[in-house]
Design a protein around this ligand. Structure first.
Ligand SMILES: [Zn+2]
Length: 156
């Protein structure tokens, strides 16, 4: 009886150990994949934006990393279309309306230059701008309603 119990314990312990080992192996593979992606992204980055003096990379996952080049912060992300896999770059930019940081896709140096000389507006502010126009419309509708009421009163 006690022997059987010990065997069970062993199996349980071995199972837990196997689970831990598999988890550790997966974690190591994840780190390796993240490192491989970061190296690929740096190579691609230099190919697209040219060489930079100061470049640092922060690995995030096997499909994403952060690149800081000459003081500009970029995000590189692995994307895939139906036929091929590629790396897409995003520049961290500050919304010119609310000052919030967000990422904006960039394909080449000129795109980066555009964003630097004309800071874009974030999605929230774009939505707000849209809301603004609908607000104006509803206000116009309210004025029309008031006018209609006045006309009704006058004609009565
Ligand atoms: Zn904004």
């Amino acid at each position: 009886m006690s022997e059987g119990k010990a065997d069970k314990m062993d199996l349980k312990e071995r199972a837990l150990q196997a689970s831990r080992e598999r988890y550790e192996k997966l974690e190591i593979e994840k780190l390796k994949a993240a490192d491989q992606f970061a190296q690929k992204a740096i190579k691609e980055f230099r190919g697209v934006f040219g060489d930079v003096e100061e470049l640092s990379v922060k690995e995030l996952s096997r499909v994403e990393c952060e690149i800081i080049a000459d003081g500009l912060k970029f995000r590189a992300r692995k994307e895939s279309s139906e036929y091929y896999i590629y790396i897409k770059f995003y520049l961290h930019v500050r919304c010119r309306k609310c000052g919030k940081w967000f990422t904006h896709p960039v394909q080449n140096l000129a795109d980066v230059g555009d964003l630097l000389s004309h800071p874009p507006v974030c999605e929230d502010c774009q939505m707000l701008a849209k809301y603004g126009t609908t607000e104006v419309k509803s206000e116009a509708e309210r004025v029309m309603e008031m006018l209609r009421e006045i006309i009704e009163i006058v004609s009565d």
